[in-house]
Structure formats: structure tokens, C-alpha cells
Write a protein that binds this ligand. Structure first.
Ligand SMILES: NC(=O)C1=CN([C@@H]2O[C@H](COP(=O)(O)OP(=O)(O)OC[C@H]3O[C@@H](n4cnc5c(N)ncnc54)[C@H](O)[C@@H]3O)[C@@H](O)[C@H]2O)[C@@H](O)CC1
Ligand SMILES: Nc1ncnc2c1ncn2[C@@H]1O[C@H](COP(=O)(O)OP(=O)(O)O)[C@@H](O)[C@H]1O
Ligand SMILES: [Mg+2]
Length: 294
């Protein structure tokens, strides 16, 4: 049996949505509305109590239409992506959030750069940076300004842009990620088959997942899962490891049903709830006690 790196516990009978985190997902652009919707819905399916997507105003209706449980905040936009003015609006939006994820579909236009520049130093909020947020970190030389609880989720192409190591050498990717983790304090998910999670002191190799997950949008789902777990109070190390494990298991459950070639981000997303249940103490069978995770 494939066991999770740690367990979630059952919800107390008197639990309410405020117990399970309020998370914010920042991203999307005209043409990539699906990306941030995938992250947001994945966060709901991993158990977040409240999920809000902050998106360029132009794609708000599209993002909002995918799942009625996702709330949306419209941000100033320009030509289909975030305008520079959106970076000031982010400061209001992060009030009271327990975690945020940034990057899917965000583009590397200057409004997005301004947002990421604000987020790198918001040390009071645990943050996940993915996709174009990672490309912005590398292009704008922002990695040295990362502070607080941070998870980076690069695929080998993004990692190459940040560290310069070849997308073809797995050993170099792990070594460079370890060094980056030591320099920044961030936890780094080195995506692949299998994904490896690296901390400044340690590394962990995932035991779930399959090549059917090499499909558009599967990483966007992971961003939402890890953000959700951070928002529920897990440490960056635990949220990254358990998030990667749940994501891979969702891929395995979906591939069993739909085949690896037939697996898309939609089938992956549909399996996130079932995979999360497998991470609950005793396999999610019987509700018992307590609320807190770990
Ligand atoms: N429905 C949507 O709106 C979607 C939007 N997406 C967004 O599209 C933007 C661009 O992301 P992409 O990742 O497609 O573009 P990138 O240009 O960052 O990455 C694609 C390239 O990276 C390299 N690469 C990726 N995985 C690799 C691996 N395992 N081994 C070796 N090389 C690898 C390959 O050279 C590949 O062509 C992001 O903002 C992302 O969030 C994508 O997630 C797809 C779905
Ligand atoms: N061969 C594979 N085996 C296991 N997992 C894989 C494989 N290929 C891709 N994945 C997983 O799928 C996800 C792809 O992420 P990413 O490239 O960011 O996708 P996108 O940006 O399109 O959403 C990662 O979590 C990665 O680990
Ligand atoms: Mg990606």
C-alpha cells in the first residue's frame, strides 16, 4: 500500500469553514483562464474552507463560471493581463488569507512582475510560486528577496531558467534545488516522474504519479493542492510533500479509470477529493476527532 508522508485527521463534528483556511490564488490572463481556475478548484477539493481567485478583470466571468464555490476578485487589467495598478490591489486582497498561490497563467508582463515583486517579501503569508511567477523570479533576479514560508514548484524548464541547470540532468536539478533551498529557505518541488521535494536540509522522493500526468494543466492543479494544505496550517515541508503525494495519487486514480493518454487536467481534478481522502488517518473511513492537521 502506498502510504502518505504524513496524515490528515478527521474533521470535528462542529467544524466550520473558518477552520480550514482562506486561500487566495493569483493568476490567469485572457487565453489562460483555465489555469487559475484549475488551481482554485483543486484548493477547494483539498479541503480549503474559502477559496478566492484574483484575476485580471477581463477574465473574471470565465474563471468564476467553472465552479460556483470559487469566489473571485477582479483586478485592474490591460490587454488581457494584470495591469501595474493590480499590484496595489493585491495588498488589500491578501489581508486575512492563510496562504496564497501565484503564477498559473499570469504571464510575465509588467503588471505581473509588479505583483510578484510585492509578494516575495510578504513574509506574514505562506506562498506558493509556480509557472510564470517562477519565470518572473528568475528574469527579475528576485530569488534573493524571498522571505518567509515559500514553496516553489518548477518543472525542469522553469528550474533551468532559475538556476541555469540543464532540463535534461535530474541529478543536477536536485543538487541545484538543494542549493537554492539553502539560499532562500524555500521548499522546492522538483517536478518530474517522480517529483522530488527538497528542503535546505533534506529531500523526499514521491511514490505516486504516472506519465499520464504529462498533460496541460496538471501542474496548475498541484499549485492549488499545496496552497490549500499551507492554508490549513501545514508547514511548507509537509504541505509540499503531502501535496505532491495527493496530486500523484489523483493522477493514478484517474489513469486507472481513463487510461494514461485519456487523462486530462479535468479527470485529474475530479480525483483530487478521493486522493485527499486516502491521506486522512485510517484512509478516510470513519469520521472521528480532531480538526487540526498532522
Ligand atoms: N488551461 C490553461 O490556461 C493552461 C495554462 N498554462 C499556463 O501556461 C503558461 C506556460 O506554461 P508552460 O509550462 O506550458 O510553458 P513553459 O515554456 O514554462 O514550459 C514548457 C517547456 O518547458 C520544458 N519542460 C517542461 N516540463 C519538462 C520536463 N518534465 N522535462 C523537461 N523539460 C520540460 C519543455 O521544454 C517545454 O516545452 C503557465 O503560466 C501555465 O500556468 C499551462 O499550465 C497549461 C494549461
Ligand atoms: N512522467 C511523469 N510522471 C509523474 N508525474 C508527471 C510526469 N510528467 C509530468 N508529471 C507531473 O505533472 C505535473 C506537470 O506540471 P507542469 O509542467 O507545471 O504542468 P502545467 O504547467 O501544464 O500545469 C507535475 O506535477 C509533474 O510532476
Ligand atoms: Mg506549470
Amino acid at each position: 500500500m502506498n502510504t502518505p508522508p504524513l496524515r490528515l485527521t478527521h474533521r470535528q463534528t462542529d467544524a466550520h469553514k473558518g477552520n480550514f483556511g482562506r486561500v487566495l490564488l493569483i493568476g490567469g490572463s485572457r487565453g489562460m483562464s483555465g489555469s487559475i481556475a484549475l488551481s482554485s478548484i483543486a484548493a477547494l477539493k483539498t479541503g480549503s474552507g474559502l477559496v478566492t481567485a484574483m484575476v485580471p478583470s477581463v477574465c473574471l466571468e470565465t474563471v468564476a463560471s467553472f465552479h460556483p464555490g470559487v469566489m473571485t476578485i477582479p483586478a485592474s487589467d490591460e490587454d488581457g493581463h494584470f495591469a501595474v495598478a493590480a499590484s496595489a490591489e493585491v495588498i488589500d486582497a491578501v489581508q486575512d488569507v492563510s496562504a496564497l498561490g501565484c503564477g498559473p497563467g499570469i504571464t510575465t508582463q509588467k503588471g505581473s512582475v509588479a505583483i510578484v515583486e510585492h509578494l516575495v517579501s510578504m513574509s506574514h503569508v505562506p506562498r506558493v510560486f509556480d509557472a510564470d511567477a517562477l519565470n518572473i523570479l528568475s528574469r527579475s533576479n528576485l530569488t534573493k528577496r524571498l522571505t518567509g514560508d515559500i514553496v516553489l514548484t518548477p518543472h525542469p524548464g522553469e528550474l533551468e531558467r532559475i538556476t541555469g541547470v540543464s532540463r535534461k540532468s535530474r541529478a543536477s536539478q536536485i543538487a541545484a534545488s538543494q542549493k537554492l533551498a539553502q539560499q532562500t529557505g524555500a521548499i522546492i518541488v522538483v517536478k518530474g516522474g517522480p517529483s522530488v521535494v527538497v528542503s535546505p536540509q533534506d529531500k523526499w522522493v514521491n511514490t505516486t504519479g504516472n506519465p499520464g500526468m504529462a498533460t496541460a494543466g496538471s501542474g496548475d492543479v498541484l499549485t492549488g493542492i499545496i496552497t490549500s494544505l499551507l492554508g490549513q496550517g501545514l508547514s511548507t515541508w509537509n504541505a509540499a510533500r503531502l501535496g505532491v503525494w495527493i496530486h500523484g495519487l489523483a493522477g493514478d486514480l484517474a489513469a486507472r479509470k481513463h487510461s494514461q493518454p485519456g487523462l486530462t487536467c479535468v479527470e485529474l481534478l475530479e480525483s483530487v477529493g478521493a486522493a485527499t481522502a486516502k491521506a486522512i488517518a485510517d484512509g478516510g473511513a470513519e469520521p472521528s476527532s480532531p480538526t487540526a492537521l498532522e
